[in-house]
Structure formats: C-alpha cells, structure tokens
Design a protein around this ligand. Sequence first.
Ligand code: SF4
Length: 325
Amino acid sequence: MAFYRLCRKTKHICNIATMETRSKYFQQKSDFTTNTAATKRPKKKTLKMEYDNRTEIKQEVATPSKQIKIEPKDEDVEGGDLWYPDYWRLQLNNIQAMREDRSAVVDSQGCERTADKNETPEIQRFQTLVSLMLSSQTKDQVTFAAMGRLKEYGCTPQKLMNSTQEKIGRLIYPVGFWKRKSKYLQETATICNNEFSGDIPNSIKTLTSLPGVGPKMAYICMTAAWGQVDGIGVDTHVHRICNRLQWVQKPTKTPEQTRKALEAWLPRDEWKDINILLVGFGQQTCLPVHPRCVGCLNKDICPASTAHVEMKTRNPKPKIKKETK
Ligand code: SF4
C-alpha cells in the first residue's frame, strides 16, 4: 500500500516511500542541511561610488546660454598646488566675450585715455597720473570732463605747481573730494617738477609716497604710463566682481585685500588687461546694485547670480482657477 502526503513547499503529492529519491527539492534540502557552509550564498559586496564633485557640477552647468566648451580646471592643467577658483577660465572667457566691443565708458573716457597724445611722454605720464588722482570716488565721465578743462588750462607739473588751489579746485569741480584733490594735485605737481625733473616716479613705492596716490592708482599708473605691469589695479568694480565670482579664496573687505588675493593665482599675462576688462563689465553688466544677471553669460556658473530668481519673478507660474462644478 502506498502512502502519500502533500509537500508544504512544492505543493506536490509525494509518495512517502520514494520521496527521498524522487523529489529534487528534498535532495537539495538534504544537501543544504548537511553542508550549509558549502552552499552559503556569497556575501554581496558594497559598491563604493567615488565621484568628483567638480565633474558633477560641470555636467550641470554644461548648458550656459552661449555654449562654450568647458575646459578642465586650470590647476589640473598647470599642475601646481596653488588655489584656483572653479571655472575662472570659463568665467573670464565669458567676460571677454561680453566685453568684445569695448563699448563701456571706461573704454573711451577712462584714465588711460585722457593724456594728450601731442604732448611729450613726460607730460603724458603726468596727465595720466592726474587723471587717476581725480578718478577716485568719481564717475569716468566727470573725470574726463575735468581733465578736458585742466588740459585746456595747461596740465603740466610747472603750471599746476604755480597755480592756486582755488584755481585748480574751480577747474576740477565737481569731481569727488575736489577740495582735497586740488591740494594734492598742487603738491604732487611741485614734487614732480622739483624732484623728478617734470616727470612722474617710476616705481610703486615712490608713486604711493605722493600725496593722494594709493596702491590702486600706482599699479594702474605703472601699467598705463610706464607700460610696466607690477601688479593689478583693484578699484571698487574689480573688488566687487572678484567677490561675486569668488575669485578670492575668502571674502575680502578692501580692494587691497582683493589685489593680494587675485595676484596670488591669476596668471601674470592676464594682469595687464584685467582692470579695464572688469571695470567695463562692472559698468555695463555686473552693476553694483541690481546686476544684469539674466543677460550675463556667467549666470549659470556664478555663485552670486540672481538670474534664476529673476526669471521666476518675471515669469511666475500661471494661476489655474479651479473649475467649480
Ligand atoms: S551672473 Fe550676475 S553677479 Fe554673476 S558675474 Fe554675471 S552679472 Fe555679475
């Protein structure tokens, strides 16, 4: 007589007398119980996902409004241990592209453009210095107009040395701090005339020793008047833009701090043009208040960009009225 039973696992009816040999399941089961270690499943290995944050971001920002090929980070290329801001080359290329037409006020009326080309090189250098002295806290248009009046009067060390401060003041008004500047101009003209034979000093140290001449003026003056690049002239525009783009390792409080931070990594062949490039960019696009981020090529790779917020505010999602039944 044959005995049958329902197998709980396989749901098959098995002949009890023969199930040991006939059922594959029980064969395996018996193997399993006798040799657990041999049939143990290998442990799954946890896969470690290592990735480069930078690569991830690059992929995200690979669609700026004007397609520009993203280069590898410059520190990889240059192989140094120096700190470099992320995407600085791409950001700089974008700014150069935006400034291609050189149509900012600084391009036509900046301090480098004010010297009278018909004068001797010494007087041209003096006029460049005077223009720089007038330019602090003053718009380029106002400085340019004041320089026009000064040149008409006679902008030479000898002439200004022999003028009264009141006369100089009347000529340069309404430049910022015109009273103090008229005093500085007369004193500087006297020093240039008496100690430098009518020329201007040719080093940062001597230039900054003149009354009313700071590091920014001195560095720009060395480049514009002497054609010698000793450092980067950092004014309020350069200071602001470098902090917005995070071209400084830590936020800086003064233009002088920004100059040192920028000179620490920016390749030297970019120093000559960087001031006028960023000043014009600051006048046209990266304005002090309400920068025009929506039209800026750096809007997707600038840490200070407000483009996406602006776009949302300009194009809010249409409100859909719920239909009442
Ligand atoms: S995105 Fe805006 S803040 Fe950034 S560089 Fe351009 S204009 Fe300036």
